[in-house]
Design a protein around this ligand. Structure first.
Ligand SMILES: O=C(O)CCC(=O)C(=O)O
Ligand SMILES: [Fe+2]
Length: 285
């Protein structure tokens, strides 16, 4: 049976390729235990490296202690990043039945899967271009199936200054867009080095949204919807959860054996060669 959700959610998702569900997760039950896990991990690393910074609350750990850690050594931030995706409360949120129900309601007849390696917690630091996700579709960097949805939920209230995710509304209509590789001059690799063919022409066709969300809220984006990270101009990082559900029943997914992309150690170009663009789009920023 297909679970029911408000039909306007289905309609808006179908038209815009994204939708915001305010308060989808329970702050106390679902989100606070993740924030607490982050606080403790940041506190362990501050102690390990002798960084004197406040970790009494999760907000302090995320906005003061983490920046203090990476100010001393950026690689210590990588330790935090790799550790926090293993917080049990985070994996419980990723694998909540509510998520599969939502997916099945938006994709009637689907059999949802959780994209392995496709879940994590972003820490978008002010002024850090190397890990900023510029305009992309999720599909080439995740694969698994062409029919998929990104789940995105913040761990701190997102303000304009923090550079909310930007979404080209309705751009899922483009279907799969070929991509080419370029390190952006900042050593970007993997998914961060992929560029869309004819990006400017394509993006010009759509209005852009940049929803301001708070912990508990959920943004859903179609695997084909163009989106990018905003520029964080705050003095602390933007922390957010993302994971991806795909559809085992999608014929394209069946054809590629539900194989993944970069996060699975695979090269998307070998799995779906038609996604490789012939010529770079020179106008891309
Ligand atoms: O949070 C961001 O800045 C980018 C998010 C994104 O690209 C994703 O969740 O797929
Ligand atoms: Fe993305």
């Amino acid at each position: 049976m297909t679970p029911s959700i408000a039909s306007d959610v289905q309609d808006r998702f179908g038209v815009d390729g994204y939708v915001v569900l305010p308060g989808f997760y329970d702050l106390a039950a679902d989100v606070a235990p993740i924030q607490e896990g982050i606080r403790r991990i940041v506190a362990f690393l501050c102690e390990k490296y002798g960084v004197d910074a406040p970790t009494g609350s999760a907000v302090e750990a995320m906005t003061l202690a983490y920046p203090a850690l990476i100010a001393r050594n950026r690689a210590w931030g990588g330790e935090v990043y790799d550790a926090i995706k293993q917080i049990p409360a985070f994996l419980r949120l990723v694998s909540r039945e509510q998520n599969d129900d939502l997916f099945r309601a938006l994709r009637p007849g689907s059999l949802p899967g959780i994209a392995a390696g496709g879940y994590g917690i972003r820490i978008d630091n002010p002024g850090e271009e190397k890990f900023r996700a510029h305009w992309h579709q999720e599909f080439p960097s995740q694969l698994r199936s062409s029919d998929g949805i990104v789940f995105w939920s913040p761990l701190l209230p997102v303000t304009e200054e923090m550079g909310p995710v930007q979404i080209a509304a309705g751009s899922q209509a483009e279907g799969p867009i070929p991509v080419y590789r370029d390190g952006k001059g900042v050593g970007a690799t993997g998914a961060y080095a992929l560029h869309l063919d004819q990006s400017e022409e394509r993006l010009a066709r759509y209005d852009r949204a940049a929803p301001l969300t708070k912990p508990g809220d959920l943004i859903l984006m179609d695997f084909m919807t163009l989106h990018q990270s905003g520029h964080n101009r705050e003095c602390f990082p933007r922390w957010s959860i993302q994971f991806r559900l795909f559809n085992f029943a999608d014929p394209m997914g069946v054809r590629i054996g539900w194989r993944g992309s970069f996060a699975a150690g695979e090269d998307f170009g070998e799995i779906v060669p038609e996604l490789i663009a012939a010529t770079p789009d020179q106008g891309l920023k």
